[in-house]
Design a protein around this ligand. Structure first.
Ligand SMILES: [Zn+2]
Length: 248
């Protein structure tokens, strides 16, 4: 196939192919983004089976957040990349410019293309960040536990920034899942009605109420110092996953 894809009626179309195609092609889906770029998603059967799942190895819990993109039970915090905010500011400017252009004019059309281009840039950069972080987490762990996002959305209040984050979290979790499963690792989502940030990871004592701005706390029951509520939450997520797996 080389650098071309052959389509019925259209003939040979130049294509940049990212990885080796092996096995038999099942379907090809062509999509076009607002920047007039075309993508072909190729589904093929290569005959290999998914490896047997094993839980022998390191387990990690991940808390997805707004102040940090992800916090792990091992105490790592990952932020959204700084340049993302810069691109988002740029998007705002371009959108304002677009809103001032007359409807149906040539300039408006040009301006719309510019907005689409920034949008596209943000989407691809975010995707790249999610790919790299999920790859790293899957490489370093055997069992990956995250909180069920559907549950989270019901429990917590809604706002625009949360809605945007929601999209990112969803994409990130999808990547974690398929990367883990392709390697015989375990990806697990846990429901979090049990209030992970309010439960002491050491003795499971549950604090009754807890303002969001409290970052660290001492457990009134066992006395342990929680120097970071988010890491404590990530540990509870990990342990809940391990508990579920032990029960079967
Ligand atoms: Zn405690």
């Amino acid at each position: 196939m080389g650098d071309c894809l052959k389509f019925p009626k259209l003939g040979l179309i130049y294509a940049k192919i990212h990885r080796e195609l092996k096995g038999s092609i099942k379907t090809v889906t062509i999509t076009k983004n607002p920047c007039d770029q075309y993508y072909a998603s190729i589904l093929f059967e290569d005959g290999t089976k998914k490896p047997q799942q094993s839980i022998e190895g390191n387990a990690i819990g991940i808390d997805l957040g707004l102040t940090h993109f992800a916090i792990t039970s091992e105490g790592s915090k990952f932020d959204n990349p700084k340049w993302l905010a810069r691109h988002e500011r740029n998007l705002k400017i371009k959108q304002q410019q677009l809103s001032r252009k007359q409807k149906g004019s040539n300039n408006r059309n040009k301006s719309r293309k510019k907005v689409a281009k920034v949008h596209n840039k943000i989407t691809r950069c975010r995707e790249d960040f999610h790919h790299k972080l999920s790859r790293r987490i899957v490489d370093e762990n055997q069992v990956i536990v995250v909180e069920n996002l559907a549950v989270r959305n019901m429990v917590r209040n809604r706002s625009l920034s949360k809605a945007i984050s929601q999209v990112g979290w969803g994409q990130f979790c999808t990547m974690l899942k398929y990367k883990a499963e392709n390697e015989g690792k375990v990806y697990l989502e846990v429901d979090r009605f049990f209030a992970s940030s309010k439960t002491c990871n050491n003795c499971l004592y549950q604090v009754s109420d807890f303002p969001l701005d409290v970052r660290f706390w001492d457990c009134p029951s066992c006395g342990i110092k929680h120097i970071d509520r988010d890491i404590n939450a990530a540990r509870n997520i990990r342990d809940e996953g391990l508990r579920i797996m032990a029960v079967g």
